[in-house]
Design a protein around this ligand. Structure first.
Ligand code: C5P
Length: 329
């Protein structure tokens, strides 16, 4: 962050803080929703000097939401609510929402706190960017609560420092991501798409899935070649998105993290085959998994596919995309 920008934040944050102290009325909590995402295309290039892989990806934000409430408080704290086992979600400084609040406070010179409450719907460690959505929602919520007045470009710069997927959770919609996945440009869509998400109770570690991909490439370089030098999104993905054509998009889905995710969790291959037997246009591992995203032809198809998967013992959630990014509700 350039120091001239930080200086501007500082003076704004200082004035705001003084104003809040004078105000006798309790400030109501700010509520922000941010979406989970899937990668409808993900080509992984080589590891860069910073340890991240060069990527070319197409993100789509889906109607599965994280909700963050930000209430005035003297220090920065977080509570986490929602269905399922949330015991693996840290409540301390490792929590990405807490890091987002701390980063915003440090950047703007704001010296108060916030009580964050996160209501999770996006599966934990599911490859759908739930933690990134929490961070994006927290940036928007704290910026409003603390009246730090950052522009969306400023928030996007902070988001990129928190994680590769956080800028996309701020923006939402459908976008092409390059670099770490954080350099975004919008992709045109000619309508919405219907998906069914088959979730798993046990998450997969994103670094472990990337590591498994690198190991596999190293071992089998003579057969499969090395990582591509300049990953690029297949133009067929862009055509299918623009046409709003799910059958065409189904043919173009690709995720380089799918093979390593399936090697770490072979049962996911059976889930994909099951969904396709029940009429999914295609099934793909979402991000680093283990969530599987099935593409359906329309909302009715998505509902019947979700019912069929549920009858087979899977947790299956219909969702549609694209939806908007982090926003106050
Ligand atoms: O940025 P974020 O914390 O979401 O990334 C989690 C992990 O995923 C990184 O620590 C890295 O191991 C891996 N990753 C990567 N290349 C990317 C994005 C993520 O290797 N472009």
């Amino acid at each position: 962050m350039p120091s001239s920008v930080t200086g501007a934040f500082l003076s704004r944050g200082g004035q705001v803080h003084a104003r809040n102290k004078l105000c006798a009325m309790p400030t109501p909590p700010i509520r922000v929703r941010a979406p989970g995402k899937i990668n409808i295309f993900l080509q992984v290039g080589a590891v860069q000097d910073d340890g991240y892989h060069d990527l070319a990806t197409a993100f789509q934000a889906l109607s599965l939401w994280e909700e963050v409430d930000a209430a005035p408080a003297a220090t920065i704290t977080v509570e986490v609510e929602g269905p399922g086992d949330l015991s693996s979600v840290p409540r301390d400084d490792r929590n990405l929402a807490v890091r987002a609040a701390r980063l915003l406070a440090a950047t703007t010179g704001y010296d108060g706190g916030v009580a964050l409450t996160i209501r999770k719907t996006v599966p934990v460690a599911g490859g759908m960017g739930g933690g990134s959505a929490d961070a994006a929602a927290t940036l928007v919520a704290c910026d409003a609560l603390w009246q730090t007045g950052l522009s969306s470009a400023d928030l996007t710069r902070l988001a990129a420092r928190l994680g590769a997927d956080v800028p996309f959770a701020l923006r939402g919609g459908t976008a092409i991501g390059t670099g770490r996945g954080d350099r975004l440009s919008p992709a045109l869509t000619g309508g919405g798409f219907d998906w069914v998400l088959a979730t798993s109770d046990d998450g997969l570690s994103t670094p472990a899935v990337y590591r498994a991909l690198d190991e596999h490439r190293d071992e089998h370089a003579p057969d499969i070649g090395r990582a591509p030098d300049a990953p690029v999104v297949d133009p067929e993905v862009l055509y299918a998105l623009r046409a709003g054509d799910p059958a065409r998009l189904a043919e173009a889905l690709r995720n380089d993290l799918q093979a390593p995710a399936l090697r770490l969790r072979p049962a996911l291959g059976e889930t994909i085959a099951l969904g396709e037997r029940h009429g999914a246009l295609a099934g793909i591992v979402s991000g680093s998994g283990p969530t599987i995203a099935f593409l359906a032809g329309d909302p009715h198809h998505a509902r019947s596919l979700a019912d069929a998967l549920a009858r087979e013992g899977h947790r299956a959630i219909p969702a549609h995309g694209p939806v908007h990014g982090a926003r106050i509700v």
